[in-house]
Ligand binder design. Sequence first.
Ligand code: BGC
Length: 269
Amino acid sequence: MEISLRNQVAVVTGASSGIGSGIAKSLADAGAIVIVNHSSERSTDEAKAVLKEITDAGGKGITYQCDVSKEDQVIKMFQDTVSQFGTVDILINNAGIQKDAKFTEMTIDQWNAVIGVNLTGQFLCAREAIKEFLRRGIDTSRSIACGKIIHISSVHEIIPWAGHANYASSKGAVRMLMQTLAQEYGANKIRVNSICPGAIQTPINKDAWSTPEALNSLLNLIPYNRIGQPKDIGNLAAFIASDLADYITGTSIFVDGGMTTFESFSTGG
Ligand code: BGC
């Protein structure tokens, strides 16, 4: 059994670091042409480094700067991708940020920034992707589905998270966005799913793993007793995007070492 994404074009948002970079590499490994999206000038070098790893390993792709919370930029990214590569087959809606604050001290800017990238960004990219899927229609030389969207959500789409009301709210909403799109476009053979990562070792949660004390306390939340790696998410993303997963749509799959079993209950309750 082989996971193949040959001949398919994948847009991976927020792919210059963290989970997005892991997914970009896994999809390229499976044969997809990958658009390594990054949000700003500042992340250009990181995006180029991810692309270099991909091309050094024999894969194909480009880097593309676009802030997913900006409608005009998202529309242009999809237009440019279609004019360069013909179409888009896979969208990985990954770009995400945290702006943490105690709720009563959370500013409107912190709230809007997180909702803007984590939710509005996923809406804008999904809308442009679905328009392109429908324009192209099914082409079985590429995939038996008309298109695939994978939202990168979080365990915090179901675990409330004190001090992170903006982030948890954005992820809870992503679940409804995903399920609604799966329902609305199922008849068009567009598959829409979410991956919900737990603690993955990336820059977004550096404070939770960069000292031995922090890592120890993090591991108390993870029955499997290790922090996750971007590859753990990339492996699943490649599978869900492939035709092997053709009957999977409208669902959230948790990749969290058991975090959602609420390990703190293992000794009481
Ligand atoms: C957050 C991380 C956190 C993890 C588990 C993720 O969605 O971005 O900061 O470590 O959830 O709590």
